[in-house]
Design a binder for this molecule. Structure first.
Ligand code: MOS
Length: 709
């Protein structure tokens, strides 16, 4: 099927604010989440995690626990069904062996799943799980992440190659009028979606059915089919409502354990992670140590740029937090070097977390630009405008659109940047020092092949089926607006059904590529359906259904640098007596493609910005070197921004339709968090004259960082 429309197609619903189509169901409780959908004969599994960080399981003393009330089974490495991990997973990635639970006696990190206790009620399962005695043979571990690791190695990832290099870095640095060389660090950070991971598995007429909370049902279904050597068509995964997922709701230990138990017991089994277990089993953002070297001429034009990012991964799986990624897109220089390096430690496997790479990488790079601006005596926005590249610094490819300057101009106007006194530490409000800061944001966008089906029903309504996932983004609503416009009918005549692997292949909710990829398939199916309906003599009782597959169209996309961009602005107040930093206001102006639903889009962007406040000031998971486990693995010990931390915050956008997308979409899921921590750190410098290169900017760090103006 070909798509004949362009980013300028006429719109009625698209671009107008629309409340979530499933909103009434959510606020009345009619919408059921994976952990609360009723099943007859439901049994409950409770995961038991290792209490040691490295070693072997000597024995699992299950006999005593099997005598406890309601207990049905204890699965562990000695008795669990075998699974196959020798396959290639989603997008060619090898699966994280962490999902292959109970296959061997080795413990590679703290909180490794060692058993599943299954009982009639979740209370009985929990009590038995907590009573289960596991004997270990403990071995020494190393969980210490620092800037110095002799065995660190450059590692490629979804962010591209491990190292990119051009030009003579030493020569250009030596010839530069101004040089900045600084190290930045970010801590281990956790996603913490409000809804914990939850799955119920059961066999139904020879078919494995899983009700789950995930970012892509077919992703989970295919991994389960591979692991259990099943025909992919015999696995169905549904995920209708998802209470948040920021990269960590893929295939995880809970689904695999639930399938094992459902198979062994021949009844439905539900496994829900606790908040505390999520800190070990659900992935997280690696800490980073980043070195940025910038060399510029007297006018601030870059001669040299180096960004080196060290992150960690587990001993069982390679995942790269590609912090050097933004430097490959944002700024060019005759000498340009980026490196993403990894060290393997006895820690849980990190994973994708909102704006993987860009979130921590932009903190270092955009802080460094602020430092360079100060050294050059150039306004930080002007410095960025002078270094706008004509093409991708590493790829050499043209940008599909790059409206970053427009974001800075509009943001500066609305934020009142022209009145800013560049000198640090000279504004006071009582005991507070005041400052403002800015930073650039970018995030890769693209489209992935997807399929959709659109049906004209005999009653005059339309049903669209697409295996999309709405993890709170508003995707279901956005697709409703897109389908309505393509069908040229009001939105209340369109229902969009999502979150079912039986609907066929479609992009996951990830990489800021979900809505664009799905919208393409929905548009293609709806366009053709509209034409078919116009030519038909009425709708037959079974309706008229058109299917689309965008594989060819997406594959024909020209190679370009495709990114959403943004300019972040923050005003902070710093109490030099207590070290407290308050963000007073924030503004983000984005160039992020055509905006489908301004209401939910604004929520996506401000949600990212609020997380950026959290990242700048609060979030930090502390790993105890002695035990190898986290301190305070809960929402009391792990601080996130809450209402009182969130000031007046505004997100808006400039016109920026993607010329190569049928609807003009780019992607907005992740760009909102990018650059925020740098904008805040830059504002803290402007307030105090003290540069903070380590996140979070805690009160003790503010107090001990040095003299204030
Ligand atoms: Mo996102 S980190 O691609 O869910």
């Amino acid at each position: 099927m070909t798509t004949t429309t362009t980013g300028t197609r006429p719109a009625q619903a698209v671009g107008t604010a629309h409340t979530r189509v499933e909103g009434p169901d959510k606020v009345t409780g009619a919408a059921r989440y994976a952990g609360e959908i009723p099943f007859t004969e439901l049994a409950h599994g409770w995961l038991v995690l290792s209490t040691i960080t490295r070693g072997r399981i000597r024995s699992v003393e299950d006999a005593a626990v099997l005598e406890m009330p309601g207990v049905l089974a204890v699965l562990h490495h000695g008795n669990a069904p075998r699974v196959d991990t020798g396959y290639t997973g989603m997008m060619g990635m090898s699966p994280d062996p962490t999902i292959a639970v109970f296959q061997h006696d080795r413990v590679p990190h703290a909180g490794w799943p060692v058993a599943l206790v299954v009982a009639e009620t979740s209370e009985q399962a929990r009590e038995a799980a907590e009573a289960l005695v596991v004997h270990y043979e403990e071995e020494p571990h190393n969980v210490t992440f620092s800037g110095e690791h002799p065995d660190a190695y450059p590692a490629p990832g979804v962010g591209g190659p491990g190292v990119t290099e051009k030009g003579d870095l030493a020569a250009e640095l030596a010839a530069s009028a101004v040089v900045l060389d600084a190290e930045y660090t970010t801590p281990e950070e956790h996603h913490n979606p409000m809804e914990p991971h939850a799955a119920t598995a059961h066999w139904d007429g020879g078919r494995l059915e899983v009700v789950d909370s995930n970012q892509g049902t077919l992703w989970v279904a295919n991994e389960l089919a591979n692991l259990f050597s099943l025909d992919p068509a015999s696995v169905r995964v549904r995920s209708e409502h998802v209470g948040g997922g920021f990269g960590n709701k893929g295939v995880r230990a809970h689904q695999v354990a639930a399938v094992m138990a459902a198979t062994v017991l021949a009844r439905p089994v539900r496994v829900v992670m606790t908040r505390r277990q999520m800190f070990s089993l659900a992935g997280y953002r690696s800490p980073t140590t980043q070195r940025v070297r910038l060399g510029a001429d007297a006018e601030g034009r870059l001669r040299a740029l180096e960004h080196d990012c060290l992150s960690l991964t587990s001993t069982v799986h390679e995942f790269v937090e590609a912090g050097a990624g933004p430097a490959r897109v944002m700024y060019d220089a005759p000498a340009h070097r980026t490196a993403n390096r990894l060290v393997r430690l006895d820690v849980p496997s990190p994973t994708f977390m909102r704006a993987p790479g860009e979130a921590p990488g932009s903190f270092a790079l955009e802080s460094a630009f602020d430092e360079l601006a100060e050294k050059c005596g150039i306004d930080p926005i002007e410095l960025r405008l002078r270094n706008e590249p004509a093409a991708g610094p590493v790829s050499g490819l043209p940008f599909s659109t790059r409206n970053l300057p427009a974001c800075f101009r509009e943001g500066a106007r609305r934020f009142g940047w022209a009145d800013r006194d560049p000198r640090p530490g000279v504004r006071r409000d009582g005991r507070w020092l005041l400052g403002t800061g800015t930073a650039a944001a970018s995030f890769f966008v693209g489209a992935m092949p997807s399929t959709a089906a659109a049906t004209a029903e005999a009653d005059g309504t339309f049903t669209v089926r697409i295996n999309a996932s709405d993890i709170g983004t508003g995707a279901r609503t956005a697709l409703t607006l897109i389908a309505a416009d393509a069908l040229q009918v009001p939105t209340d005549r369109v229902r969009v059904r999502i979150g079912d692997s039986d609907f066929g292949p479609a992009m996951i909710a990830g990489g800021s590529m979900g809505t664009r990829s799905w919208a393409w398939a929905v548009t293609a199916a709806a366009d053709e359906l509209r034409e078919r309906v116009a030519l038909s003599d009425g709708i037959p009782p079974e309706g008229i259904t058109v299917r689309s597959d965008t594989t060819d169209a997406v594959g024909a996309l020209a190679q370009k640098e495709r990114h959403s961009f943004g300019a972040q602005f923050a005003e902070v107040a710093v109490d030099v007596a207590t070290g407290e930093v308050r963000v007073r206001r924030m503004l983000g102006i984005f160039a992020a493609g055509r905006i489908i639903n301004p209401l939910t889009a604004r929520g996506q962007l401000t949600g990212g910005m609020i997380w950026g406040i959290s990242m700048a000031l609060h979030e930090e998971a502390i790993r105890d070197e002695g035990t190898g486990a986290l301190y305070g693995a809960d929402l009391a010990g792990y601080h996130v921004a809450t209402n009182a931390d969130v000031p007046l915050i505004e997100a808006d956008w400039v016109d920026d339709p993607d010329p190569d997308d049928p609807v003009g979409i780019k992607g907005i899921g992740e760009v909102g968090i990018v650059g925020v921590a740098a904008a805040i750190a830059n504002a803290v410098w402007h307030a105090t004259g003290v540069r903070h290169r380590s996140l979070p900017i805690r009160p003790d760090r503010v107090l001990t960082a040095g003299p204030h103006a």
